[in-house]
Design a binder for this molecule. Structure first.
Ligand code: SF4
Ligand code: SF4
Length: 80
């Protein structure tokens, strides 16, 4: 199990193995803070590198509100 905690939101455990890259978390974050459904405006970044490695991390603008955690149904992000 590949879990880690990002320094920009230490209340969340990230499990990239369970993340399906559904982007629900990004959509709820961007609509909450920017009033648009736009993953690139989210304060959580969901990426897959060319090597296939998946990355989940929070930006410095993340407020640790954890609304996104409520919308992750796969266990990719959970409260610590
Ligand atoms: S962390 Fe959860 S909500 Fe976000 S993309 Fe991964 S599975 Fe979807
Ligand atoms: S914790 Fe809040 S601010 Fe941070 S990514 Fe999730 S919804 Fe956005």
């Amino acid at each position: 199990m590949e879990t880690y905690v990002d320094e920009n939101n230490t209340s969340v455990v990230i499990d990239v193995g369970r993340c399906t890259q559904c982007i629900n978390c990004q959509l709820i974050c961007s609509i909450t803070y920017e009033k648009v459904f736009n993953p690139s405006k989210a304060r959580i970044i969901i990426e897959r590198k060319p090597t296939g490695e998946k990355v989940t991390r929070f930006t410095e603008e993340c407020t640790s509100c954890n609304v996104c955690v409520d919308y992750c149904v796969y266990g990719g992000i959970t409260l610590e």
